[in-house]
Design a protein around this ligand. Structure first.
Ligand code: Z97
Length: 729
């Protein structure tokens, strides 16, 4: 399957013949780092190979549209509940620089003891099934060809079906996975023996398939109310998982610690989080690090989240993290919206490009509070580990509630998570292997009579599913109603009919969001804001974020609602708009030619702001290309404009009109054309009008060469002038 940048991803084509799809590569990919890379006007110290197709950061148009890529892998988590919708989102995220796509599972999959088949719709997460994974990997294979960089696909291997899912991931080319037996025990109440036995098997399979593993220690941060107090314990959790992973056969560079800077402002974040990050890096040298943005203190306020994210990313850079994970700034809204995924990705990459080369500018101090605090955390962690050893080991420690206790160790609060070593999901389900145990599969932990010498364990059986994918049992949809083909009927039909609906959560869901400021006290303002949204025609309006500006003066609300509307593409009247020339092309034509332009607001119009925007170098106006601009000011007569045009041998006259009454703007435009004709200047001069009431067609009707309305940039005007003057040459 091949994608073309100007066509939408064809889901029907993607699903065709899925049964025979095979991933083109397996295992994790890092970015290709390039030191001192020259891109546009800059040299980057810590960048990676650029993309074939991408959407640069917004300010890039000032810098030759460059799109430098940072050397960290960037993660986004996408899971609307429907994999078929998420594939398009993954494509958008990849264009914005994400190369690690995590798919969150729908709730409860940790408790299911086996694989699920088919693709039922999820709620705030995706049911992980073979079909969903295969379709996603197929889409990502095409997307990575389009952007020119490998994209890592990731989900979870914890839970009761861990080993089964590890095999599924190895078969289907999944590249990264969370796997941590402690996660099951603490957060999903899976039986301890079962969890650790399963983990050995799962980790071995992940290792053989080159799948990068993240641990689950950071979940303590996300769980504890005072997240910075559980940091000593996190060293211990990481250590247990690293040691256990190694013992199960994982190489160090497939073992990644999942870390989160534990605080968010107004906490004194850097003072608390940086020593923790530095200490972790030192203790776990040689392993990989995935830093996730702090989610514990996240409100549904995008600006606030983005600031925390910037600080988190700074900490990642200082602590030499390998993967920067991003969260949608609206994580607090249950089902995050795809454009907020992209906002999160952009926050990370913008920050990382902005702090490129930080290491050669700043060095962390070798003495003082950073070192003292880092050492203190390490000491607390060692004491914690010693206590576990003295108390009889990990199971006993969990049974005694020593994990996720919110005391800052060795302080104890007595509110830790308590689990019974003999209880939980899957208790009594572990069966010791017989001495002659065997399984004819190539990836397997522990004794196996089939794995003797150099021969493959599956040789006697003609290959296992890892060696011969044709042996994989592919089971398609089992549910006649809740399946992808049924779900796609309406969207595909509307697509064929050329109908467009707004969407943020699921295809064509008609969800929109509006921002409203209401000048009253919060309760009154909120009730009023909801009514206003209803008056806009939004069904089921709900406040998704609220910020008080002042207790009496007002609050600002983001409100989501349903705008039940479908627009027919065929019936749209698309305004004619030529793509303006690029800055360099305009300047190289204008500067050597000494082109004079005369401009003013005409009649009795004192509004000169728009004209300044168009002319002044400070506002990005046409002066910057080398035009000689004669701004005669406000309320200038047409005669005077043309006098100056004649004196300076100008090539263009620009008039600006903002306030109009009795259509005086039209009168002025006609006068300009007629007087220029009368004076014999019309041939030589381009006559252009601008202003809020001006349209191109109106200006042309009045005899001018062009009209520019609201929102015109200097570049568009300059591009027009250059285009016309070039023709005239
Ligand atoms: C993250 N934003 O990236 P279930 N195993 C481990 C986990 O940490 C998790 C699961 C399994 C977060 C994602 C938190 N982590 C959410 C080690 C979840 C998922 O399917 O929810 O039972 O397990 O880490």
């Amino acid at each position: 399957m091949k994608l073309s940048p100007d066509s939408k991803l064809d889901i029907a084509e993607l699903l065709r013949d899925l049964e025979h799809f095979r991933p083109k590569r397996k295992g994790w990919s890092w970015r290709r780092r390039i030191e001192n890379q020259s891109i546009g006007p800059f040299i980057y110290r810590d960048s990676a190979q650029s993309l074939k197709h991408s959407v640069p950061l917004a300010a890039a148009h000032h810098f030759d549209h460059i799109d430098p890529q940072c050397d960290l892998v960037i993660t986004t988590e996408i899971a609307s509940g429907r994999f078929e919708d998420d594939l398009r989102r993954m494509r958008m995220a990849a264009w914005h620089g994400a190369d690690h796509i995590m798919v969150i599972r729908t709730t409860g999959q940790s408790h299911i003891d086996g694989l699920i088949e088919g693709t039922p719709e999820g709620v705030g997460g995706i049911p992980i099934s073979r079909k969903q994974i295969r379709a996603t990997r197929k889409a990502l294979d095409a997307i990575e060809d389009e952007v020119g960089r490998p994209i890592n696909f990731h989900s979870y291997v914890s839970g009761l079906a861990g080993p089964d899912i590890a095999v599924l991931f190895a078969e289907e080319g999944v590249n990264g996975a969370h796997q941590d037996p402690q996660y099951n025990v603490l957060y999903r109440d899976v039986n301890m023996h079962r969890s650790f036995v399963d983990a050995a098997e799962a980790k071995r399979v992940l290792a053989d398939a080159g799948i990068l593993q993240l641990d689950g220690a950071h979940n303590a941060n996300a769980t504890a109310r005072e997240a910075w107090k559980v940091t000593p314990e996190l060293f211990v959790q990481h250590a247990i998982n690293c040691a256990y992973s190694r013992a199960a056969g994982m190489p160090d560079d497939l073992i990644a610690l999942s870390t989160v800077p534990p605080t968010a402002p107004p906490a004194p974040k850097l003072r608390l989080d940086l020593p923790y990050a530095v200490a972790l890096r030192e203790v776990f040298a040689g392993f990989r690090f995935r830093a996730q943005q702090n989610t514990r203190y996240m409100e549904a306020n995008a600006r606030e989240v983005n600031v925390t994210h910037v600080l988190d990313t700074l900490i990642s850079k200082l602590a030499r993290t390998d993967i920067q994970s991003t969260i949608t700034p609206d994580e607090g809204r249950n089902i995050p919206w795809h454009y907020n995924n992209i906002a999160g990705v952009n926050t990370a990459r913008q920050t990382l490009m902005g702090i490129d080369g930080l290491g050669e500018l700043l060095r962390l101090r070798e003495t003082g509070p950073l070192r003292d605090k880092a050492r203190e955390l390490k000491e607390r962690a060692v004491l914690f580990l010693e206590e576990i050893l003295d108390g009889g080991g990990y199971y006993a420690a969990v049974a005694a509630g020593q994990f996720v206790d919110q005391g800052f160790y060795p302080e104890r609060r007595g509110d830790g998570i308590v689990r019974d070593p003999e209880g939980g999901d899957g208790a009594d389900s572990v069966i010791p292997r017989a001495p002659d145990y065997g399984a004819p599969v190539c990836s397997h932990f522990g004794n196996n009579i089939y794995a003797q010498g150099d021969a493959r364990a599956c040789d006697a059986h003609g290959g296992c599913t890892l060696c011969d994918p044709d042996k994989i049992q592919y089971i398609d949809e089992l549910d006649a109603d809740d399946n992808v083909n049924r779900r796609l009927e309406r969207p595909l039909d509307e697509h064929r009919r050329g109908l467009l609906r707004p969407e943020v959560e699921k295809h064509g869901d008609n969800v929109v969001s509006v921002t409203l400021f209401v000048p009253a006290s919060p309760r009154v303002a909120e009730a009023a804001a909801l009514q206003m949204a209803a008056h806009m025609g939004l069904k089921d309006p709900q406040v998704i974020s609220r910020r008080m500006m002042h207790p009496a003066e007002g609050s600002v609300f983001e409100i989501k609602g349903i705008l039940d509307i479908a627009i027919a593409i065929d019936e749209l009247e698309l305004p004619q708009r030529l793509e303006p020339l690029d800055d360099a092309e305009i300047e190289s034509w204008v500067r050597p030619r000494e082109i004079h332009v005369v401009a003013a607001t005409v009649g009795e119009d004192e509004h000169s702001v728009g004209l300044h925007e168009i002319l002044d170098i400070k506002h990005g106006g046409i002066e910057r290309y080398g035009f000689h601009c004669h701004n005669l000011g406000t309320s200038v007569s047409i005669e005077r404009l043309l006098d100056t045009a004649a004196q300076t041998d100008a090539r263009a006259v620009l008039i600006s009109t903002i306030i109009t009454h009795a259509d005086v703007h039209q009168k002025h435009m006609r006068q300009l054309h007629e007087l220029a004709l009368e004076r014999g200047l019309r041939e030589r001069l381009l006559l252009v009008a601008g202003g809020t009431q001006v349209t191109d067609s109106l200006a042309r009707e009045c005899g001018l060469d062009a009209g520019f309305g609201r929102g015109t940039s200097g570049r568009e005007l300059a591009s027009f002038i250059v285009g016309r003057l070039r023709q005239a040459v």
